[in-house]
Design a protein around this ligand. Sequence first.
Ligand SMILES: [Zn+2]
Length: 1066
Amino acid sequence: MWYLGNFGRWDINNLKKIHYHLIYINYNKLIILRKKSYDSGNKASLAHHLVKKLKGTIDATTFDSSNNSTNLIETSDKSKENNYKFSDTLLLPKTTFSQRAFASVRELEIQDASFKTLYSWQYNRTNVKGTFVLQDGPPFANGDVHLGHAVNKILKDFIVRRKILEGYRVSYIPGWDCHGLPIEIKALQNSEEDAPRDPLQIRRKARSFAQDAVALQKAAFRRWGVIADWDNAYETMNNEYEASQVIAFTEMFEKGHIYQDYKPVYWSPSSRTALAEAELEYVDQHESDSVYVKFPIRCAKDTFLAGLPGDIQNSDIQASLLVWTTTPWTLPGNVALCVNPSASYAIALVAFASRPCKEVWVFMKAQIFDLSRLFASLPSTSRGQCSHGLAAEVSEFVVIGEILGKALVGTTCCHPIFKERESVVLSADHVSSYTGTGIVHANPAHGLEDFYVCTTPDLEGKVLVNDVSSVCYVDDAGKFTDFDSRFSGLDIFKEGTQNIIGMLSGEGLLVKHEIHLHRYPYDWRTKKPVILRSTLQWFCRIGGPLLARALQGIETLLMIPETSKNRLHSMLSARKDWCLSRQRVWGVPIPVFYKNNDKRQPVISRDISQHVAGLFRAHGSDIWWSAEHDDALLPPSRRKEGLIRGTDIMDVWFDSGTSWNAVTESATGSHVADLCVEGSDQHRGWFQSSLLTSVALRGALPFKTILTHGFVLDSEGKKMSKSLGNVVSPNNIINGNPNKNKEAAYGADVLRFWVASSCFTSDLYAGKESFAKSSENVRKLRTSARFLIGVLHDFCIRLHGVSQSNMLTIDRYIMARLHAFQEELNLHYSSYRFQCVVFRMLTFTSYLSSFYFTLLKDRLYAARADGPERRSAQTVLFYCLEVFTEALAPILPHLVEDIYKHAPRPHGKETKASVLMKDWTALPAPTPDREKLLVAGSIIEKLRPLINEKRLASLKNITSNEQLEIRIALSHALKPFLDEFEGKKDELKEALGGASVELSFGLSGSCKTDSLEVELLSGEKLLYSTNISVEKTRMNKCPRCWLYQSTNPKCLCPRCREVLNKKPAP
Ligand SMILES: [Zn+2]
């Protein structure tokens, strides 16, 4: 129950004023209580009294705001009659629409009454322009909501509501991404330490965790007023979804897009799984141990020897190739050294301070300056424990020759770790002169380029490394395997690296060790560094026809903002093959079986997958782990072949990326959505996975338009984080912060207004001030709406509406402005410029209240209730309210529903459950003289401040223009625009706000003139001369309307006399 305040009501029969209290009970129930002495401002005693009365001592009827009649509860004997006052005869605004929103109570009631059936109503209506499909990129079912969710869901809701208003059937099925490592990790954290790591147990916990998160998020999204097909929301862990995903995977395999390979992928030792590009984050100042190592030449090619000076050729000076690497732990698996065949390489003679023998070092010539730095005695590290190696002993360093890289190809060098092995020099175009020595050590197990160089057959068809696994010495956890007892079990980042550096130093191969700071990929969840590691994985082949078709598809895609297109194009072009398999349990199993329990003999086939999908549909994918025998997962025809199920699950991006297949296509019959709205991080995530799977399976993109939004930062532009204490929770915006009593509970509309008023295409700023400002702006809009509802209390468009041709000129001018305003808003909506919509709403309402509403007040309050002048104004105000409501409906749905419930309903029209269901009264078409009216109105608006100036300059003791007799002479050229006002002195008086106005055209040469700038509709601005003179009127102030229109003091003006004559005498 809320106390809304009190109001006076004119009792028309007895000409007296009675005061009432207004008490709000619940949605559409108000109590109006006759004011009495006992309640002099004391709300507690009033409430007490009310409760007593409601218990039955009187017949308490309630007031139903949905039918515009008032049932008053008389709670006392008749109060003393008030003295008659003229002001009581004025038709002041009258409404039960409250100035305050009471958002925390009212919004819930509105949602209950108006939003629940909205989605199904609009989806099932028949007379529509077409179906508009909004595809939901599913949020991750991981924890509570944040402002980023609010931006995403609220933007989508603006669009859904707008499209419903435009007459479309909207298909918007919201969803959640429920699988994946972060949820699995949380499930593991929640398990007791000694609990068995049983896949089914982990999956059960992960599922329950995801379900809780979905429930939490769904409740929040609905609280924000988001309408969607909530009853059919999808979860990627649903049986049906998983079944269709298994089929999609199999189809992609059949079409040749998916293959199995043993090659380097991003591997997170901390999560013990492969990671996709989208699961990485890059850390700028990662510290790596970088080493310069020499690889002594064992057997040089003649081409190399030819480049040496004769005396060196014939000496026993040892020549070495100089290599730089930031991953010393990959050196044990070294198989080759790569050089750029067309680059120049320098041959340098090196002498040492501590020993007599000289050496020859070879490196890319372009790197010479970089390398000479190594020999300077500058401290190169803050750590101190780094070994300076041979570089510290160099006393002389002279370049004595130069050869091309191709002269080195075929040279063999000694392996730095294993004496019995050798490392061969290969030609590789990827070797650049950006960093290092221009000679790259290659280990095909830990670098993609190395992998291609070492596994691609040479001209003779020979392959350097047939089995890459033979040189992969790193296990799942990032430790060395037992390939060599010196390293076995050592962490590659720690002791493993230190041991190798120590060994290189001991062998005299280390030239320099230093700490190198660079950008390095980390696991986005564990925040630990990742490595490239070769494992047997499933990949989607991106290059070739798939990429070409995807890039071609992007050309026809509409992206907002436009720059997004380049971003998506370049990210996709640079994309490597997509690793689809993960070595975890919380996900959809890859429907693969293996012959002879050999991972190199996979079986994926349609008949098996269809059987598996059927099992998933019926039992969920848990069956993959719970089925005791592999044959139980196979169709009868494939049993007893000795097939063993695989253990990998699919990358979560494949889950969400196939939602166009599992959701859109099955709901609408087409896999192509009209629109997707997601955060700009999805350029490398969901946009790509959706696009690639759709192009692979349907040959076309799954969306026509993509709208992207930025991230939410605090008011200073900093990322929100718990440690900075700058996180703003959407729940606290709506309900207030439970820990801070003083923080306002703004409600969902204010949160939505903040989204609309932010420039969402870049990052959004959220601070206390931004929400306070939004709240203030929503309140302004509410105030304007309240004024409009209040002055329309006795108006019905069907019964009292005035056609444009019968309106007063100034009203016709506002109608023309309103048309232009509506056209502008439509344009903003069609290009999703919500910021422009709210900005224009604020400026236009502020314009109307300072100009039009102000000048109308006399006509609305004092003119004859059903006179043509007042009805003309009310007609315009009715359309204003209609245009406002329609424009705000997508953005502030709670406010708009509240307006709808309180606004006078046109005669014979029932109130619908929601404003979106109502029949809108379209603005009548613009009149042919619209352009002329717009110019005329703008001249009037320009003249008003000039009149003010004149008064202030010459009549300082007069405080209002209403006491002025105004004479205006304008240039003849303006006559055609203003001829509408000819002979309409009262209209001019109202428009310009004087006791009398004389308007003439043609200026005499002697009078002093002002200049008046008139803007034509072409945009052309012209300066005209004008002459304005003002003097104090001899007329008297009317005691009723306060205008200076009475001939005698304290007497009513003729207009008021006429109005009151039609009323019963006091
Ligand atoms: Zn009057």
